[in-house]
Design a binder for this molecule. Sequence first.
Ligand code: SF4
Length: 442
Amino acid sequence: MQNYIPHIGIVSLGCAKNLVDTQRLSSVLVAKGYIIENDYSKCDLVVVNTCGFINPAIEESLDTIGEALQYAKKVIVMGCLGTNEKLVLSKYPQVHKVFGPSVRASVVREIVKVVGEPPQDAVQKLNPSGILLTPPHYAYLKISEGCRHRCSFCIIPKLRGTQRSRDVDNIFLEAQDLVSRGVKELLIIAQDSSDYGFDLETKPNLYGLLDKLSTLNKWIRVHYVYPSKEADRIIDLMAEDKVLPYIDVPFQHANLDILKAMRRPGSMEKTIQTIERWRNIRPDIAIRSTFITGFPSESRSQFEELLDFIKEARLDRVGCFPYSEVDGADANNIGNFVDKEEREARAFELMEIQEQISFEKLQTRIGKQYDVIVDDVTDEGVAIARSKYEAPDVDGQIFIEDVKGVRAGDIIKVEITNADEHDMQAKLVKTLVSPINFKNIK
Ligand code: SF4
């Protein structure tokens, strides 16, 4: 039918970096005139942008493909699990086509081949920064793709290749456009943000990039920072209020032998010293980290050393994964596997200790006032917000009742009235904190 506009469904799984890939694909398709449809049954084709990082993510991706196949006429698979075409087609031979990550143009060509081009008058002009799948007041800014490290538990370099940084001006233009359309919080992401620029001729670095982005006078939050010298430098930018006093730095473990077997830097002593140094420079810094329990050959005493580290470091936010022997991880060759149940039991034990620490730390925020960004307001008039110490999707939230006239994206001042090990309650102090001196927000 000449004027028929094909409906395309797109599912985004996995991390924020994959979400940015989905945003970019959606932007190209909408600009071409396609309709992005959430109801599979109304779709001419569904694209599943998969994750293949660890086994639970692989299972979720396969389940999602299966679900899409039940309703949609055609299904295209892309993303990290797309690098394992054999696995996808062995489970679902009826999948139309399988693509890996970072091949957007090929995916678009295949979509055009299968469902045809939309009519010319359906073409749309979008902002240069394209479609956002986050709420309009915050956005992920992906500064590079791939990774040059070779952590033995990780297959991402095999899935996404080695590090490829975007150039500074290209990133800054995107950030400027995001800010011009109302974005107030930029979340810096990469496989390793601290390695930004080493592969570019002019050798820009994360410090320089963040310093330039800070001229936009918005919240800048840095994620996926590898423990490195560059990580130290951005703490100085926090001391100048140029970036938020928040760092997401996966330490993964604390025992020296396990870290060596993981091909990761650091040791318990060094990491504790680093954290102390950061807290001296910016005492209110919020540190998020992730750890792996039950890494091959991890003994009870090595695990207990990790628990000692957790107790001493008193981190603000912690994520913990039981080791996953995903195909292609070099660490699988170590053998001497820890029982699956024991890996999970250790993760549970670690998180129990961390929850107590988080509870104690959040208690100290009761009675204090913070400016918070509102992510959502429920029908019951409860605002769900975050201060500069909480990232979206991964950290706790602040719930504020009776917030008449407050909307998502607003910056308001609140006083914390209660807290548990994850979230906080607060009362409204002032609505609409002027964004003028945005960075000097308390
Ligand atoms: S730095 Fe991160 S993405 Fe890179 S290999 Fe290590 S865990 Fe994987």
